[in-house]
Structures are given as structure tokens and as C-alpha cells.
Design a protein around this ligand. Structure first.
Ligand SMILES: N[C@@H](CCC(=O)N[C@@H](CS)C(=O)NCC(=O)O)C(=O)O
Length: 223
């Protein structure tokens, strides 16, 4: 039996969503973030040394890293579903997006989250102007332009086909959903990028996505 170690408001929603798309049975173990630090609870370290989510266990295997988990589930249980045939141009695009989501799209989003916290977190009043100036400097010099470049890139790629890897919905869309949801929630994604907004609308309408959110809660807190 597949067990998903699922942290609330996290990338782990993607794993639940894929399992729901594939209509596979699974056990859900839920973990709550520390309300102050927002970090995962220590119990997750008993499952995997990094103590992050998602992690799955299946048949004696413990596997972390959402992209690797999605690929494992497809390989073992997919029967060719939700991934283009290997060797095709669609499969090459599929593989790129599977890596791009965590390798390129997430880092500037994470930097934004960290620097926003630097600027707004608790601190002595006389430090605050310095912290704000540092956060603003990082945003202007690096984070802001990087975010814009990635959002522009994703928006233009969605102009080439209905979904990220081609005309058919695939697990690459599931993997890409988290950076796009995160950009919508905290990095200024709005109607100026209509294809990405439409992508969000289309995924939210999928019954499997809705079942995943019903079981595990939304990937990100409500705005
Ligand atoms: N690249 C990893 C990232 C895993 C990760 O950072 N997960 C976050 C949740 S979105 C986490 O567990 N955060 C809690 C913590 O770091 O304590 C993946 O895609 O699985």
C-alpha cells in the first residue's frame, strides 16, 4: 500500500493529485506545520532524514522529492497514463517541465518568501528599516527580475499547446502546478498573464484535483 506523508499546505498535494488521477488506493498520513516557524514537525524526520514533504513509502521503499515520486508512481502504476511516450518531442518537453518546476521556477519564489519574512518578521524596531532595505535591494536586483522572466517564459510556453508537455494533460502539469499556485498566491501572478491564470482555472476544475484537495487540503493557504 502506498502511504503519503503529507504536510499541510505543501508540494505534497501534487502527489495526492496524481494518485487521484490514476485512481490508486493510498493511505494518507497528515503532518501539521509549526504555526510559528511554518516548518514540518520533527516526526517527519523519522520517515526521511530531511524531514520534508512529500515523502512516500511503498513496498519497503521510502522516496522523497516530488518529481521523483511522480515519476516513480507513473513508472510503476501509470500503464502509460499521464506521460507522453518516451522518445517523442512531447516526452522531452515533459521531462524538462518535471525538472524545471523545482530546479528553476521554485528558487526565486522561495527567495521571495524568505526576504518577505526578513522584512516583516519580529525584530527590534531599530533593525526594521535595515531589514526592509536589504529585502528591497534583493528584490530589485535579483528576485523581481527573475520572477518576471520565469512567469513570462511559462506564459509564452503555454501559448504553444494546451498543456505544458503538449495537447494532452500530463503529470508535468501536476508538477508545474505548485510554482504557478505559489506565484499566484505570493508573487504577483494575475490577469496580465492570462494563459497561466487559465491553466489554474482548468486544473482546479479537474475532479481528481478536487478530490486531492478534499483529502489533504489546498496546496497553499487561502489568499
Ligand atoms: N524539492 C522538494 C522540496 C520539499 C520541500 O521543501 N517541502 C516543503 C513543503 S512545500 C517542506 O517540507 N517544508 C517544511 C520544512 O522545511 O520543514 C520537493 O519537491 O519535494
Amino acid at each position: 500500500m502506498i502511504t503519503v506523508h503529507h504536510l499541510d499546505h505543501s508540494r505534497s498535494t501534487r502527489v495526492l493529485w496524481l494518485l487521484e488521477e490514476l485512481q490508486l488506493p493510498y493511505e494518507l498520513k497528515r503532518y501539521r506545520r509549526d504555526p510559528k516557524t511554518l516548518l514540518a514537525p520533527p516526526e517527519l524526520k523519522a520517515v526521511h532524514p530531511l524531514g520534508k514533504s512529500p515523502v512516500i513509502t511503498d513496498d519497503g521503499l521510502t522516496l522523497a522529492e516530488s518529481g521523483a515520486i511522480l515519476e516513480y508512481l507513473l513508472e510503476r502504476y501509470g500503464d502509460g497514463r499521464l506521460a507522453p511516450a518516451s522518445g517523442t518531442p512531447e516526452h522531452r518537453r515533459f521531462r524538462q517541465w518535471m525538472h524545471y518546476a523545482e530546479g528553476s521556477a521554485m528558487p526565486p519564489l522561495l527567495l521571495k518568501l524568505v526576504f518577505d519574512r526578513v522584512a516583516s518578521g519580529p525584530m527590534p524596531f531599530f533593525i526594521r528599516p535595515v531589514a526592509r532595505a536589504i529585502a528591497k535591494g534583493a528584490h530589485t536586483a535579483f528576485i523581481g527580475p527573475q520572477l518576471e522572466a520565469h512567469l513570462d517564459y511559462m506564459e509564452s510556453e503555454l501559448g504553444k499547446s494546451a498543456w505544458f508537455a503538449g495537447e494532452d494533460f500530463s503529470a508535468a502539469d501536476i508538477q508545474m502546478s505548485f510554482p504557478i499556485e505559489a506565484a499566484r498566491s505570493r508573487a504577483g501572478l494575475d490577469e496580465r498573464r492570462p494563459r497561466l491564470m487559465d491553466f489554474l482555472q482548468r486544473i482546479h476544475l479537474r475532479p481528481a484535483y478536487q478530490r486531492a484537495v478534499e483529502r489533504g487540503g489546498p496546496a497553499l493557504p487561502e489568499r
